[in-house]
Unconditional design. Sequence first.
Length: 398
Amino acid sequence: MNTSKQLSCSSYTDLFKTLDHWLAQHQSLWDVPSFHALDWPWLTRFPELCDWLQALPQAPDVNQVEQALERCVAGFERLEWPWQSIAHRPLVEPDSHFSAGIKGRKWQQIQAFSQAVAPLSPVLEWCAGKGHLGKLIAYQHQVTVCSAEWQASLCQAGQKEAKQRQLPQRFIHADVLQGEGLEPLRQAQSAIALHACGDLHTTLIEQGIAAQLKYFAISPCCYHLTRDEQYQPLSQVARHAQITLTRENLKLAVKEVVTAGQREQRLKHTELVYRLGFDAWQRHVTGADRYLNVPSCNKALLGQGFVAFATWAAEQKSLSQYVAQHSFDGYQEIGQQRSEQVAKVEAICQYFRRPLELWLILDRALRLEEAGYRVTVEAFCDKALTPRNLLILAQHSG
């Protein structure tokens, strides 16, 4: 089934500006700390929306959210995004052993990516891991591939498999964030990257432009994994945008988890309840009415119950002196109640997740356009395979 779609518009600049204006117009709905506040974040500005959320037995779905926003928020406009379908190119199917050692969903993502691209040889695979994508690209597109990866053990494993399959793929051990990918880029005509995180894919864009690369195929991921607390736009157009994004805003752009299994979802919910319960406790015992960030914990700790988690969290935040005098009784229930409110708040914020991601994608597309590339943006696979299903294709017009 063809699931690839491409943005259809007269100008990515116009599309970006329209999207930027829409996000700025409704920023008070999505730029909120969903679990920092004890009350509804829109209580004063959108009381009708808060009353509607309060009355719901559970978090609303996207259609309910859209209807509520149109009814409860004066001047709210639905955003229509212009997609059009494109055809995947037919390629030689690899044998069944080709996907050995690759999880089924990941293998489907790799196949969809390969069908959506047309790289020029030689190709540099950026942040390659074991080079599964490069392996398929070399086989299906009949190109030579250099796979750059910073973990030496993955390079060795990938090179061994490429040799066994007699593929024109070689591996180099390189830390691309330290500039070690620039020379390989100069020796390539194309670069491919499937789910390169944050600074990894922005570094590829900037260094690829500097190396006068002919072709890019990039599926970005994890925009918040960056050195900067505040987002630094890549394109000139985005530098004059109406909105500015924090790292928390960037997290919202990738917050949706469609592929998580039931066990992972249960653990995530338990941890949220425990964190919110502990937060209510620490506000009471310290008298400080503000959210207290607690570091990540070993998931095995969650299986020991709320008291064990809260005791550990108190130690992490130097609050152990309060534990003997102040019981944790009742705070798990408070955490559960707050988690239900958080789920409703996040349902509103989630409505703006995809537009924020598209804003970021268009910033990258415009940076490449400004550097002289012909650019298209498409969804290379269905969201059920991966929420990060957007692909930037760029070929130098020269």
